[in-house]
Design a protein around this ligand. Sequence first.
Ligand code: PMP
Length: 337
Amino acid sequence: MHRITHGFIGTVGNTPLIRLGTLSKQTGCNILAKAEFLNPGGSVKDRAALYVVQDKENDGSLRPGGTVVEGTAGNTGIGLAHVCAAKGYRCVIYMPDTQSIEKIQALRVLGADVRPVPAVPFTDPLNYNHQAKDFALSTPNAVWTNQFDNIANRLAHYETTGPEIFAQTNGDVDAFTCATGTGGTLAGTAMFLKQKKPNVRIVLADPPGSVLYRHVHDNVLERTGTGSVTEGIGQGRVTENLHGAPIDDAVHVEDIRSIAMVYRLLRDEGIFVGASSGLNVAAAVQVAQKLGPGHTVVTILCDSASRYQTRLFSRSWLDAKGLYDAVPEDCRNLVSL
Ligand code: PMP
């Protein structure tokens, strides 16, 4: 039973862990997925948003009436917009203009000042993160929460997501896998689980275009493949949040498998989640197959598909991305836009 919470902030975290029945049966493993889409702002990033704001309050740089500025693919921004509304801060969000319209609309409704900017690499001074930092530096009483390199982000997962998973599984967890954007979820959860259970296997899941799969395997930072339709994940560098994380292995998941899993989860489990969640579950299945029957593999359901509905369930979008063939035959009637 849920207790009475102190405002919005008390509702972040403590999400259910869902056993994915069909996939568990198929693999002979326990495939468990943390329902982060049930957070009040709708994603795993609510946890990090709360912690980075508290970090700036604690170090004295964020004061009443202040402004919070962040560069984000959208979900951290939505989490921040909630926290700022609840705490009375102004919220300014820089995001790449490639992100879904649903996320931009949610941010606007929540009162954030949204600034879509061209999607250019981190090395370009016009990258959304640098623009967020520059704006914060030139604005009185403004802070840049710096989710990529502020380790208050991974602390959120070290102090909440990791302990929740450990408690929910009674410590019976053999592997944890998820994709990384900032790396906060993977690193913080991994650091906690490894501390409790040193032989737990931590597997980074990477989409096309991200450098981390090869970094884990060959220790090189080199871009492979083109881009990915999975929003919010994939990385071109080792962020401070990822730095030193205890990672044992990495898997690479093509978009075709991530999208197919989005549809399978909907059809077989009634779970409506975005493409990064599809990727995470596909990775969990791969890890389970490698470990063999009888193991417990945990992953993250990052956010809801409602955040991408006009893309993931649109025939013209799927065709434009060459991904209609990813939709399983028995799910084609779900392509409804
Ligand atoms: N999935 C989605 C949909 C996201 O928005 C993000 C964060 N950008 C992630 C996964 C990755 O989380 P993290 O930043 O903790 O690596």
